[in-house]
Unconditional design. Structure first.
Length: 133
């Protein structure tokens, strides 16, 4: 699989139902047990069984020129699971209504097996940052 925006997110975006510059976006590490179904996975509940950590809120979010970016993020004390990707989602406070945004597996250092240490994720500093439309 390669990095991909979830289809249902794209639909919400085109219907002006999501504003990534004002709504809280969070990141989770997903285990190698997750088989992404980009076309139909819609909410956090679709991936909950494969989440390997506590969600991290993205800070410093910017949406400029069709490019989404945020500050780098650190996951604390990452367990011994094999982590294959990061999933971003919009946090509504309820897993069943929190839409999935992006599946990222083309990240330097992924997949990796945690060892209890912190895992710092450094987003791409190129033109596309985290993702671009």
């Amino acid at each position: 699989m390669s990095n991909a925006l979830y289809t249902k997110f794209k639909e919400r975006l085109l219907k002006a139902q999501i504003d990534l510059s004002t709504q809280p976006v969070k990141a989770v590490l997903v285990k190698n047990t997750y088989a992404p179904v980009i076309a139909s996975h819609e909410f956090l509940t679709d991936i909950q069984a494969h989440i390997a950590n506590t969600a991290q809120a993205l800070a410093g979010v910017t949406v400029t020129g069709g490019v989404f970016d945020a500050n780098d993020v650190t996951f604390a004390a990452v367990g011994a699971d094999t982590h294959k990707a990061i999933v971003l989602y919009v946090d509504t406070g309820v897993a069943g209504t929190s839409p999935l945004v992006l599946y990222l597996d083309e990240i330097p250092g992924f997949p990796f097996t945690g060892n209890g240490s912190d895992a710092e994720i450094r987003w791409d500093n190129g033109a596309n940052r985290i993702f671009a439309l």
